[in-house]
Write a protein that binds this ligand. Structure first.
Ligand code: 5AD
Ligand code: SF4
Length: 471
C-alpha cells in the first residue's frame, strides 16, 4: 500500500494549474475577485474534503460567498449514504438551472460520493446539461487541472472511477473553524457491510503516514485548535498496511498525539465494534486529552441481522467491549448508529435492538431507516416490511431513546464539567458548550468565552437540554 506520494511532477503540474486558473479568473470573475459557493452534504469526511477544495480554491485566488447568486463557481460535495441525501442533491442542482441561464459564465460542479456511482453520473450527464464539471472522491488532487481544463475548453468534464490508493499529502486545507477542526487519518473502507455504499464510492482503506498525522495535530494545537476530531470510516483499524511503520495502531497514534503539550481535546470517529480493542479503551482511560466519548455504531441488536449485515461481531461481543469501557471510564458517554428495517428484519429482531438500547443507556443515537443502495448486496435482498411499519418501529426507538436521554441528563444535574464553549445560542446572552463526552450544555456568559474551556455546573435538565452556570 502506498502511504504517501510526493511525486514532484504531479505537484509541479498542480501548482501550474493553480496559477493558470488564478490568471484566468482574475479577468473573468463577475466581481473584483472570483467567488466560490461550496455546499457540503453528508458526513465529516465530506466536510474535511470540502476544506481541502476550499484550500485549493483559495490558492487559485477565489474568495467564498454564502450567496449562490453571487458565485462564479458553484460546487456541491455530495453524499450517497442514503436515498434522502441524494434526492436533496438532485432537487438543489435542478434549482440552479435558471441561475446558469441568467449567468452563463458560472461553472456548476459536483463532487463527492454520489459522483462515484455510474448510474448517478450518467443521470447528471443526461438530465443536467448545465453541470460542467463532475469529479469523484479520489480526484481531489486533480481539481485544479480539471477546473482549468473546463474553464479554457468550456467542455463538460466527468472524472470518476476510484482505483487510486495514493494519499496526496500536499493539498492545502482551509479549515472552516478556528478552534474546532477535522483531521483525516485514513480514507476508504474495506468492511463491505452489506447495506453500505461507502466502500464502493470511497475505495479501499488506506491510512495516512503516522508522523504526518502527529505533525498535523501538533500544528493544529500550536495554531490554537482546542477540539480536534480524528476522522476515518473505521479509525480502529488505523495503521493496517503502513509499510514504513508496521507496529502502529490507532491506540499508538492516540498515545503519541496525547503527549503534545497544550489545553485541547481529541475526539475520533467512527469506531467499528469488531476492531475496538481493550488497548484502545485503556488508552482513553489513561489519557489526558482524549474525549470521554465513544461513538460505537452497533446497527442492530439481533445477531441474525448482524450476520446478514456482515458486521463481524455479535451482541455478546458488543456488550463485552461496552461493559469493559464503562468500567474503565466511569464518565464515558456512549453513542451509536442504528438502522431500522434492514431487509428481512422482523419485529422480533427489532425488539432485540430496543432491548440493547435499554440495556446500554446511550447518551444519544443516530437512527436511520434502511435505504437501499444500488450495487450493495442488501439492495438485492427481499424486503417485505412496509415503509409504514418501519416508520412505526422507528418512532418506538426514538421514544425509548428520548426517555433514556432524559434520565441521563437528569443524572448530570448539580455536577460540574469542564466544557469547551463553542458558540452563541442566539438569545439572552446564552452560550453553547460541549462536555468531554460531547453533551451540549447551555449557560449565560459573554461571547468572549467562545473557544475557551470553562467549568460549568449543571443546574437543570429538560429532556436532553442541559442548562448550567459558570463556576
Ligand atoms: N441505509 C440506512 N442507513 C445507512 N447507514 C449506512 N448505510 C445505510 C443505508 N443503506 C447508516 C449506518 C452508518 C451511518 C453513517 O449511516 O448506521 O453507521
Ligand atoms: Fe459502511 Fe460498514 Fe464501512 Fe461503516 S464500516 S463505512 S457502515 S461499510
Amino acid at each position: 500500500m502506498v502511504e504517501k506520494t510526493t511525486d514532484n511532477r504531479k505537484i509541479e503540474q498542480k501548482e501550474n494549474y493553480t496559477a493558470l486558473v488564478s490568471e484566468l479568473m482574475a479577468v473573468r470573475a463577475r466581481g473584483t475577485v472570483p467567488l466560490a459557493y461550496i455546499r457540503t452534504y453528508g458526513c465529516q469526511q465530506n466536510v474535511a474534503d470540502s476544506e481541502k477544495i476550499k484550500g485549493m480554491l483559495s490558492a487559485m485566488g477565489y474568495d467564498f460567498t454564502e450567496n449562490v447568486d453571487d458565485a462564479d463557481f458553484i460546487l456541491f460535495n455530495t453524499c450517497a449514504v442514503r436515498e434522502h441525501a441524494e434526492d436533496r442533491v438532485f432537487g438543489n442542482v435542478g434549482a440552479l438551472k435558471a441561475l446558469k441561464k441568467r449567468h452563463p459564465s458560472i461553472l456548476i460542479a459536483l463532487c463527492g460520493c454520489m459522483m462515484e456511482q455510474e448510474h448517478i453520473a450518467n443521470r447528471i450527464y443526461k438530465s443536467f446539461p448545465f453541470v460542467g464539471l463532475v469529479f469523484g472522491t479520489n480526484f481531489l488532487h486533480e481539481f485544479p487541472r480539471l477546473l482549468y481544463s473546463n474553464l479554457i475548453s468550456n467542455k463538460r468534464i466527468f472524472k470518476r472511477g476510484n482505483d487510486d490508493k495514493t494519499i496526496y499529502e500536499d493539498i492545502p486545507t482551509k479549515r472552516d473553524g478556528t478552534f474546532k477542526g477535522w483531521l483525516p487519518i485514513m480514507y476508504g473502507c474495506d468492511n463491505f457491510c452489506s447495506y453500505c455504499i461507502v466502500p464502493y464510492v470511497r475505495g479501499r482503506e488506506r491510512s495516512r503516514d503516522f508522523n504526518n498525522v502527529v505533525n498535523e495535530a501538533r500544528e493544529m494545537i500550536n495554531g490554537g485548535y482546542k477540539d480536534i476530531t480524528l476522522l476515518g470510516q473505521n479509525v480502529n483499524s488505523y495503521g493496517k498496511g503502513l509499510t514504513n511503520s508496521p507496529d502502529v495502531s490507532f491506540a499508538t497514534l492516540l498515545k503519541e498525539i496525547d503527549k503534545i503539550d497544550g489545553d485541547y481535546i481529541i475526539r475520533f470517529m467512527t469506531s467499528h465494534p469488531k476492531d475496538c480493542s481493550k488497548e484502545l479503551i485503556d488508552t482513553i482511560a489513561d489519557s489526558k486529552h482524549i474525549s470521554r466519548h465513544l461513538h460505537l455504531p452497533f446497527q442492530s441488536g439481533s445477531d441474525r441481522i448482524l450476520k446478514i449485515m456482515n458486521r463481524h461481531y455479535d451482541r455478546a461481543k458488543y456488550l463485552d467491549i461496552v461493559n469493559y469501557a464503562k468500567a474503565k471510564i466511569p464518565d464515558l458517554s456512549l453513542t451509536s448508529d442504528i438502522i431500522v428495517g434492514f431487509p428481512g428484519e422482523t419485529y422480533k429482531d427489532f425488539q432485540q435492538t430496543l432491548s440493547l438500547v435499554e440495556q446500554i443507556g446511550f447518551s444519544s443515537l443516530f437512527t436511520f431507516i434502511y435505504s437501499p443502495r444500488v450495487g450493495t448486496p442488501a439492495a438485492k435482498m427481499e424486503d417485505p416490511v412496509s415503509a409504514e411499519e418501519k416508520s412505526k418501529w422507528f418512532t418506538e426507538l426514538l421514544n425509548l431513546q428520548e426517555q433514556i436521554s432524559t434520565e441521563n441528563c437528569a443524572s448530570m444535574v448539580n455536577k460540574t464539567y469542564k466544557v469547551l464553549v463553542d458558540g452563541e445560542k442566539g438569545k439572552d446572552d446564552e452560550l453553547t458548550a460541549r462536555t468531554s463526552g460531547n453533551i451540549i450544555v447551555e449557560f449565560k456568559g459573554n461571547s468572549r468565552l467562545i473557544g475557551t474551556f470553562q467549568n460549568v455546573q449543571i443546574t437543570s435538565a429538560r429532556h436532553w437540554i442541559l442548562k448550567g452556570q459558570l463556576v
